[in-house]
Design a protein around this ligand. Structure first.
Ligand code: ADP
Ligand code: MG
Length: 503
């Protein structure tokens, strides 16, 4: 099912008001009764039902009458909410082709007003039943509620925070530009996932650089946890960029060594199979990475001098708290595989293989202009949030109260306290309704959360400028990449194809 982002242009303020009301209702309802939507949205002249029909038509909502009559957001609806906020902030103005699909995300090219191409990652936690999350569902059954939209948002926030912090520490990562809901905007990496590269002029050097990254991460107190050929990009000059951070953990994690070894193993195995590197022969080569090797020439987790506290100190400053981290680890801990290795014909460590992506498929061919390839509605897989689902017709005051206490957590208070929620345009309840700025994402006006917002705005401007500065016009050389699978980024093509979201 494909849907046109073009529809964004034609959606009215009322449409967004109602869409946001459904999003809010979903904080404590798997399915949000129309009555509640109406009461939250409080359109001036009524007409919520008509708006709901319009949103249904555009597949931004899904109507469900299995348990009782109500609505829920589709992923597309959630995408629209995030995209609208980011467009309003001036982060980008058009959406182009899909350039990647990960195990739990879709990646698109987006263009700023001045034509700079960035990458937009839409997190889709729960879309795929990859074992990690699946196994955690057992756990979820014992918790009263679980919201995939919430987790996708948390994953995006974490990815953004890590990307930013790692970039500031000189790690080769995309430039973090902005984040809203489940959406992260970053600079476009000019290169290819390592999995697509069949030949390297200097595999030893690249191997050492990559192993060096694992070591440096650990020295900074971090483990990537999904460090493999799918999450390492390389360009024509051999420059390596690492991506994909939602599953990173601290070196103080109870399974830290296992995750560290697994990351290192993936790289060893990949280079051994693909480039025939022999690690007994190349044992000395690893020493350049600044680490001590274990007896078999492998990295030794314990011999690395680690500085803990990175997560707490630096990431909290980016809006991702220790509490968020703990919450995420419950679900997607370390890529979630708990050390299980997935064997495929080609690579052992490629978790993406669970999805049948063999790398070549990991990049999708050009999509029609502004058409997001929406993967139907998300299967929300919610368990009942709480008993309120059985009583969809409780009064709005009750509902709002319930909205504030989901799983014993005062969500609304959290949101009020959490500047990120203000900044990201998420809905807040005020007197039982939505405020205007919550709908159009204009809530990041300078007076609503002054210091932080000013800072974030500055940061955003700097990030876009940096992304722009680092951009190369076109990828031309492709000396060692398998030409047959060329999926280079055709910026000019995008510019031709990308249409403005708001003219
Ligand atoms: P997932 O978490 O779902 O695995 P990733 O972040 O690994 O998602 O992205 C999936 C694919 O999208 C990558 O393998 C890569 O091809 C592409 N991709 C992701 N981020 C970027 C980026 N900043 N620039 C260019 N391509 C990207
Ligand atoms: Mg990935």
């Amino acid at each position: 099912m494909k849907l046109d982002v073009d529809a964004l242009r034609y959606l009215s303020k009322e449409d967004f008001r109602v869409l946001t009301a459904v999003e809010m209702g979903m904080r404590n309802h798997e399915i949000v009764p129309a009555e509640l939507v109406e009461r939250i949205a409080r359109l001036k002249h009524g007409g919520t039902y008509k708006v709901l029909r319009n949103l249904l038509k555009h597949k931004l909502l899904h109507h469900d009458s299995s348990k009782y009559d109500g609505y829920r957001l589709t992923y597309l609806g959630y995408d629209f909410l995030a995209i609208k906020v980011l467009v309003n902030r001036g982060v980008f103005s058009s959406v182009g082709r899909q350039i990647g699909v990960g195990k739990e995300s879709d990646i698109f090219e987006v263009a700023t007003e001045d034509g700079t191409i960035l990458a937009m990652k839409l997190h889709r936690l729960g879309r795929i039943s990859f074992r990690a999350v699946k196994s955690k569902r057992d756990y979820l059954q014992h918790r009263r509620s679980y919201n995939w939209l919430y987790l996708s948002r948390l994953a995006a926030l974490k990815e953004f925070a890590f990307m930013k912090a790692l970039g500031e520490h000189g790690f080769p990562v995309p430039q973090a530009v902005d984040c809203n809901r489940h959406c992260v905007v970053m600079s476009l990496v000019q290169g290819y996932p390592l999995v697509q590269v069949k030949q390297l002029q200097n595999p030893d050097e690249v191997f050492e650089t990559i192993i060096g990254l694992i070591v440096r991460l650990a020295e900074h107190g971090l483990i990537h946890c999904d460090f493999n050929e799918f999450n390492i990009m390389i360009d024509d000059e051999g420059k390596v960029t690492m991506i994909d951070f939602p599953q990173m953990v601290s070196v103080s994690h109870r399974n830290a060594q296992m995750y560290f070894d697994r990351d290192a193993d993936c790289i060893f195995k990949f280079f051994n199979k693909r480039f025939q590197l022999s690690f007994h022969d190349n044992k000395d080569g690893c020493d350049d990475s600044g680490s001590d090797d274990g007896e078999d020439g492998r990295l030794s987790f314990w011999s690395i001098e680690k500085s803990a506290g990175f997560l707490d100190k630096e990431l909290a400053a980016s809006g991702f708290t220790r509490k968020d981290q703990d919450e995420m680890e419950k679900f997607i801990e370390g890529g979630g595989d708990e050390g299980e290795t997935v064997s495929s014909d080609d690579e052992d460590c490629a978790y993406e293989n669970q999805l049948g992506n063999d790398g070549a498929d990991a990049v999708i061919s050009t999509l029609p202009c502004l058409n997001l390839n929406m993967h139907q509605e998300v299967s929300l897989n919610h368990k009942k949030v709480d008993n309120t689902d059985e009583h969809p017709h409780t009064s709005v005051t009750e509902d709002l109260k319930i909205a504030e206490i989901v799983n014993g957590v005062d969500l609304c208070a959290n949101l009020r306290d959490n500047e990120n929620d203000i900044v990201d345009g998420s809905a807040l309840i005020k007197n039982g309704t939505l405020r205007e700025e919550e709908i159009d994402g204009s809530d990041d006006s300078e007076d609503s959360a002054p210091a932080l917002i000013k800072g974030l705005n500055r940061q955003r401007r700097r990030a876009v400028a940096a992304a722009r500065g680092g951009r190369k016009a076109v990828i031309s050389r492709n000396s060692y990449k398998d030409k047959g699978g060329s999926k280079s980024s055709h910026n000019s093509k995008l510019q031709r194809q990308a249409c403005k979201l708001y003219s």
